[in-house]
Each structure stands twice: as C-alpha cells, then as structure tokens.
Design a binder for this molecule. Structure first.
Ligand code: WT7
Length: 661
C-alpha cells in the first residue's frame, strides 16, 4: 500500500495521464471507502476531478494497454466513451489476475434447487479452466469476436461459465431469463441476430421440472440467424436433438483443452446486450461495453457491500437480469470475491430456504428484492428462527422502492439490527449501483437509497428542466455527468436511446424515476414518473398513495392506476390484496380512504377499490400497470402479451372480480 502522500501525488500525476507503475499499483482494497470521511473526500474528488478519480480506480485493474483518455462524451449525439484507446479482456480481470494470490479461493459456490443434491464449488483456478474450455467449445463451433450468443439457461454454474466464455473470446452475450416464453425468446434472438444459443434440456423450479428445450425448439422455428444450439444436460429429460443444429455440451467439452488465451478487446467493444422492457413497444437491447462496465461494477460491489477477502456474498437474483450480470458474475469476480449462485426459489422446500442457505454457507452479505422481502415477512418466524443466520453482516435490496414496514422487518428479523441495509438504486441502463449507502459507512434511513456513489452525479429537475439546487426537493431524477458503466446505446436503435434517455432534459440522462431529496441530501426514490396520474388537475404519483394504503394492517400490497372520469379528467382505481377477507368490504374501503385523506389529503382519495387475489407482475417483480389500466378502463379485449408475466392467471381472476386465483 502506498503512503497517503504518495497517494495524493499520484492523483495529480494521473490527472495528466501518467500511468501508475507496477510498483505504485494499488488494489481495490487500498481504495476501499470504509469511513464516512473517506466517502466524503472521494465524493468531492470525483466531482472536482472526475477523470483523476476514475483513473485512480482504473489503475488497479489489468490492462493489455492503458487508455489515452479517461472520458470523451457528447450529450447530443449522444456518445460516451470511457478509457479510450485501452485494451483489455474482462475475464483476465475476473479470473487470470487472481490466480497467483487467490487461485485456491472459492470463486463460485453453487446451491442447487434441491437441498439434498450436492452443492458444487469452483475455485478461481477451476473456474479459469472451465471458462477456458467452454471458450474453446464456442470457437470450435464458429463463434467469433463480435458474434452474438443467446444464453437461455437456468441458474446453473455453466450459465456463469458460458457468460464468461463469451467475454473471453469477445463474443457478445445476450442472456434471456429462462422463465420467458418462446415468443419473448425469439423476439430477442432476432433483434440481436444471435448465431448460437446455449441452453439446457430442462430446469428445476421448486418441485417442478420445466421443459426448457421444448420452449427453445418452439422459438427456433422463427429465428433464421441461429446456426447451432449447445445443450447442457441438467435434468436428464427426454428431448429431441435436431440433427445439424443441436449438440450436447458435454460432448463438445470432451474435445477441447483448458487453455484459451483471452481475446484483446477495445475498452469500448460491446460486452453484452441485455433486454429491458420499455413502457411501450418492443424490448430495448441495452448495450454495455468492456472497460467502463468492469470498473464500475467491481468498485461499487466492493464498496457498497464492504466486501472483505474471505466473505461469502449471496445475491438471490437471476443472471437473466442486470443484477445477476453485475452483482453475481462480473462485479464480485472482478473484485476477487466468493459469489453464491442459487438455482431454486425462496419457497422450496419451504420459505426458510434462504435462511438455510445463509446458515449452510455462512453468508456474510445477502442481497435481494423488496418483493421477496415482503413475501418472506408474511411467513411464520420459526422459519427464520430455526436457522443460525448470525453470519450476516450486510443486507441489500434492489429493484423497487422498499416500503417502511418491509425495511423494518428486514432490519429487525434478518439483520438483528446490527447489519446495515443497503437500499441500492440503479437500472439495467446504468449497469451498476448509482445511489446507495455504503454498508456501515453511510448512515441509513428507512426507504431512502441515501447518497450517490463516488463518481455519480445525480440531480433533481422540475418539469421545465430546471435543476433543483436546494434541499429538501422533489423532482425527476437525472444524472448530469457520464459514468463508466452507462449503457452506450440500444442495440440497432440509437435514435430510441437518444429519445428515451437524453431528450427530455438536455445535457442530462433522464432515469424515468421521481425522487425526493431530504435536508441532508439523502435521496428517496418515489417511483416511476410515468405512473403519474393527473386528477382534477393535480399531479398524483401513484407510489406515495400505494405506500399509504399498504400501511393499513389488513393490506398486503396495492396498485393504483388512473382511469378516465367525466369531471375530474382522471380518477384513481386501486387494486388491493388483503390478508384477511373483510367482513364488510365497504367498511374497509372507507378505512383506506380515510387513511389516505389523513396522510396525503382528500384529493388523493380513491374512486374505486377492488380487492384482488394478486397483482400481475413481471418476472422482475414490477407491477404491470398497463394491464391494470386496461381493466380499470374496461378495455379488456386487447390486453397485449401477458405470457411473460410471473402470474398470468391472476389477470383473469381480477377481471372476474374473484378473490381467489
Ligand atoms: C427501475 C430499474 C437495478 C436492478 C433491478 C431493476 C426501480 C431499482 C430501486 C431502489 C427504488 C428502484 C426504479 C428503476 N428501482 N432499484 N433501490 N429503490 N426503486 O432493474 O428492471 O432496469 O429497473 O427499478 O424504478 O428505474 P430494471
């Protein structure tokens, strides 16, 4: 570790782009932001001298050639380039560079769906060999740098290996969550014109085995670009292998060596495409590039979770989402961490499964979503109490605003009030965490994502695009300086990228979220601003009203949409899930409206309240308001594609006015 003074000098040197020598080289550990004063200093540094700040972090990585320029950008085109001129391979940073010191440390711990099946582990050395082998399999099958490879696999270690193998040879992976339908899959394959698809014969989900290969076969009927499908045998299913197209994973592996030099990539070469649903139209293929993505995911992982060498980190997401890309695979591995992958679901064999895993593998950092937290909170306490979860040091949440009740439950029951909660706000588009406490460093505040990470410059603007510079403030959340892991384009549609993110407010990235900033500068994400409803000329965000409804002791969850109203323009329609069927529906409706009137004001009172058995949700847990809006408007003839929903059958139940699914 270099001394404080050399360190300061170094910053200055980096400002004029002199690179650190091997001797001066620091590690991410040396740069760990482990006190609030360090956070404050790093943040100031990152605003005053963004290039010097990022250069210092970038110096800790392994490069084939270092950059000529840290950042070059133009909000108009828009075009963002980070570490221009640099050459690297992200897998040399995730694997090769750890071999000397950490070759025998665990890189991946894999926990299967069935707790009685043996878990599997991979040291960095083993993972390096497996990734090299599969890289050779891809090469043998004609995959070249720049080719797109679709990965449609359940949470088995081979999924992580496949993703890294693509990166090693410079192929662009497009992971599609293995719960998506064949239509959703073929749309994504065709958009990216993938040449190869990687899949498995099937997948275990709780007590069910799902025929994944059947879904792939259906999708491949309309995907002309696919030449080969490589199939992993996971469940010994009785499947048909199409001659000339389908080949077995294990047979291909038997033909290759475990040595595969990494392809030299340009900092701005495409690393992957990941689809995210837009509020309208077809899914957006967000494009992430090599160097900037690597640097921000590793740095944010290390600091948000305060990961220390030897810790076991468990993120419950699926690699099919950005959370899995950035915080199961790339971030943790680039930081040399031990990352736990779980194949199953939180309720199998019972709702204590997460806690069983925590105990079994002595998990130190646990990262999940508010939806899961609420589902777990509704279960009996014994399911937690029968496990020793005292290894937990840090709790994380991501994906949607966490309500106060769920936050406190998480803090008390799981964190035992000694494990800081990091409420991490970010998006598929941002690539990595943007606003979040650093565990144990930043004071937390229930329901607040708190402060921007060093290097991230969020701001709030009003409808006219004017930046709000005083606190407290409430407005639309934007980012006013580029950051390394931002998506560079929408695959095949740069114009949509520009329109969606850079047109509403010039010179800024618009997130689509609304946010409140308190007196101290803590950010609270209030929800998508596209879910705003104008009632009698008043701007009403649905999220804050839902939060109030959810405070009622008999309410599990709720969703509000607007529907046309003769006098008010729009009125509010609420779909409410209750714990216990009320004896008198109208009495409960009255209580809810009373609560809203008292907390927000009579203007926010609901015109209609329907009690429902569930809410239609996307696989990532987002309520599909589009569908609820149509039901509220009585326009149910054209609900659009509901097959990608987590719970498509709830839609019919809501239309029937039924309280049971
Ligand atoms: C949207 C992005 C980032 C990985 C998972 C979701 C919402 C995300 C939070 C949070 C409040 C959050 C926002 C954002 N969101 N994290 N901590 N608090 N809202 O990725 O599917 O791209 O969704 O999720 O609305 O814009 P995504």
């Amino acid at each position: 570790m270099v001394s404080e003074i050399t360190h300061e000098l170094k910053l200055h040197k980096i400002g004029i782009y002199e690179h650190a020598t091997e001797e001066e080289k620091q590690t991410l550990d040396d740069l760990q932001v482990d006190s609030f004063i360090k956070y404050y200093k790093s943040y100031q540094h990152s605003v005053n001298d963004p290039e010097g700040f990022w250069a210092q972090i970038a110096e800790t990585f392994t490069w084939r050639k270092k950059w000529d320029k840290i950042v070059e950008y133009d909000w108009e085109t828009p075009k963002f380039e980070w570490f221009k001129g640099a050459k690297l391979n992200i897998t040399e940073n995730c694997l090769d560079r750890h071999l000397d010191k950490r070759g025998d440390d665990l890189a991946i711990i894999w926990e299967p769906n069935d707790p009685n099946e043996a878990n599997r582990t991979f040291t960095y050395r083993e993972l390096h060999a497996e990734v090299s082998k599969f890289s050779n399999v891809l090469k043998n099958n004609g995959v070249e740098k720049g080719d797109r490879v679709c990965v449609y696999m359940p949470m088995v270690p081979e999924l992580a290996i496949a993703v890294l193998a693509c990166a090693r040879i410079g192929a662009v992976h497009s992971v599609v969550f293995a719960g998506f339908s064949s239509v959703a899959l073929s749309t994504r394959i065709n958009d990216a014109e993938c040449k190869v698809i990687l899949t498995t014969d099937g997948v275990y989900r709780g007590s069910k085995a799902v025929d994944l290969k059947g879904i792939v076969d259906e999708a491949l009927e309309s995907t002309p670009s696919i030449e080969t499908s490589i199939v992993l045998n996971r469940i010994n299913a009785n499947i048909t292998m199409k001659a000339g197209r389908d080949i077995w994973w294990h047979e291909e592996l038997a033909k290759v060596s475990d040595i595969c030099p990494a392809e030299e990539m340009d900092a701005e070469d495409m690393l992957f495409i990941l689809y995210t649903s837009g509020s309208t139209g077809k899914p957006k293929g967000m494009v992430h590039t090599c160097a900037g993505y690597m640097i921000h995911t590793a740095y944010s992982f290390k600091n948000v979770f305060q990961y220390k060498h030897g810790d076991v980190y468990f993120c419950t997401a699926d690699i099919g989402w950005i959370t899995g890309h950035s915080y199961i695979v790339y971030g943790p591995l680039a930081a040399g961490a031990t990352t736990l992958m779980f194949e199953g679901i939180p309720s199998y064999p019972d709702y204590g499964r997460f806690w069983e895993i925590v105990e079994k593998h002595q998990v130190n950092q646990f990262y999940t979503a508010p939806t899961a937290i609420r589902a777990l909170a509704a279960q009996p306490n014994e399911l937690i109490d029968k496990h020793d979860i005292s290894s937990i040091k840090v709790l994380g949440t991501v994906g949607e605003p966490i309500n106060e009740e769920a936050w406190h439950w998480y803090d008390e029951k799981i964190g035992k009030q000694k494990s800081p909660i990091v409420d991490t706000w970010w998006q598929t588009e941002t690539g990595g965490i943007m606003i979040s406490p650093l565990a144990g460093v930043t004071p937390t505040k229930p329901t607040f994502a708190t402060r921007p990470l060093p290097g991230i410059q969020p701001c709030l603007v009003n409808e006219n695009g004017e930046e709000l510079n005083t606190n407290p403030a409430e407005g639309r959340l934007c980012v006013k300086y580029p950051w390394p892991s931002m998506a560079r384009t929408i695959y095949g549609d740069h114009n949509r990228y520009k329109e969606t993110y850079f047109t509403a407010f010039s010179g800024k990235y618009f997130t689509g979220d609304g946010s409140f900033r308190d007196l101290e500068g803590n950010y609270r994400i209030t929800g998508r601003v596209d879910d705003v409803v104008i009632v009698s000329g008043h701007n009403l965000g649905t999220a804050p009203i839902e939060n109030v409804i959810n405070e009622h002791s008999n309410v599990v969850e709720s969703a509000i949409v607007g529907y046309p109203h003769d006098i008010k323009g729009n009125a509010l329609y609420a779909y409410v899930i209750v714990y216990e069927t009320p004896e008198n529906d109208d009495f409960l409706r009255h209580e809810i409206n009373d609560l809203i009137a008292r907390t927000i004001g009579p203007i926010a009172k609901l015109d209609k309240i329907q009690f429902v058995p569930g809410l239609p949700k996307t696989r990532s847990g987002k309520i599909m308001r589009r569908i609820l809006r149509k039901i509220a408007e009585n326009e149910t003839s054209n609900l659009g594609d509901i097959s990608t929903l987590l719970n498509p059958d709830v839609v019919q139940a809501i239309m029937d006015g039924s309280l049971v699914k």
